[in-house]
Design a protein around this ligand. Structure first.
Ligand code: PCA
Length: 324
């Protein structure tokens, strides 16, 4: 007992001596695995802030939902349980439709269009997050979303009754429109849900298919390119305001660099993920004309629904985007 106490005491002294008088450590919860490109990018961002402040503000990432599960990250930061973190923002569209702006099917399906749409939405997004005690730092797109299944899917009729994993309101709504049974499941739990048969289909990127080794349980990936959802990194507003100016500037500069770098990485890696799915035995294909048309019709329904729910602010974003 005594020995443990003295070890602890000396560890405490060492860590005090090695850090500056008012140094701060920020734990940063992430929902996705350490090897996912978002998590790797967040680790570079964390190091950037730590280096730029000479360790005055040290950010330490905690991937894979280890500190907070994906669904709890946003609330944890709003309430100050964690000072900073990353979250798939569209998973919170039930709080405010604006959070689902990046998941309107077939509105923005390429990286370029996705960036245009996001640019049109950023000011409003920053404001809405600010009202929730959050400071918007940066956002990185996932590669375009495709359809995973364990059989050939030629039309929406083939999806009828399939057990489907949803990750936000848009994926749940597609399931509903296609007559599937949606279950909300975090990416960290996806492999298990697939191997136990809880779900047999989902819509996501090649990146998440690779992370969850989709080929172990599924056979087909249809590259439908429905939308490019984003992970947003934000910080607790009180925690940001308590920083000295130098640290705050470092945080903002590193954030802007991380946004650029992360989006470039997403684009660069997209084709490789689909290749990995293929190399592991999955059929990677374009959707049939019929499936494409049916999904497009769901998209039209959902675009109308979104614009109705998001009010003037939403309509302005879509108009600005379309005018670009
Ligand atoms: N991967 C995340 C969200 C979008 C994506 O490509 C997921 O499936 O949870």
């Amino acid at each position: 007992m005594k020995k443990i106490a003295s070890v602890l005491a000396s560890t405490a002294i060492v860590s005090m001596a090695s850090s500056a008088a008012f140094a701060e450590k920020w734990d940063m919860p992430l929902a996705y695995p350490a090897t996912n490109f978002h998590s790797e990018n967040a680790a570079v961002f964390a190091q950037c802030v730590t280096d730029a402040t000479g360790g005055e503000l040290e950010i330490v990432t905690h991937p894979n939902g280890a500190l907070f599960a994906g669904n709890d990250i946003k609330r944890a930061i709003q309430t100050g349980q964690a000072p900073i973190g990353e979250r798939l923002i569209s998973a919170h569209a039930n709080e405010n439709p604006l959070f689902g702006v990046d998941s309107i099917p077939f509105l923005a399906t390429s990286f370029d269009d996705s960036h245009k749409l996001w640019d049109a939405a950023t000011e409003e997004m920053t404001k809405v997050l600010d009202e929730q005690n959050l400071v918007y730092l940066y956002a990185v797109a996932w590669p375009p979303q495709g359809l995973y299944a364990k059989k050939e899917i030629n039309s929406a009729a083939d999806l009828q009754g399939v057990k489907f994993r949803a990750y936000n309101a848009a994926t749940a709504r597609i399931a509903e429109l296609a007559g599937m049974a949606p279950v909300q499941i975090e990416a960290a739990e996806l492999s298990q849900a697939l191997s136990t048969g809880v779900v047999e289909s989902f819509v996501s990127s090649g990146s998440t298919g690779v992370d969850s080794k989709a080929w172990e349980n599924l056979t087909h990936f249809y590259d439908v390119q429905a939308w490019l959802p984003r992970n947003v990194v934000f910080a607790n507003k009180d925690a940001v305001e308590a920083l000295d100016e130098e640290s705050r500037n470092a945080l903002m500069t590193c954030a802007s660099e991380a946004g650029e770098a992360g989006n470039a990485k997403a684009e660069e890696l997209t084709a490789g993920y689909l290749k990995t799915l293929e190399e592991n035995g999955m059929t990677v294909a374009e959707p049939s004309d019929e499936l494409r048309a049916e999904l497009a019709a769901f998209g039209e329904t959902m675009t109308t629904e979104w614009v109705e729910s998001a009010g003037d602010a939403g309509a302005t974003i879509v108009e600005t985007y379309r005018a670009e």
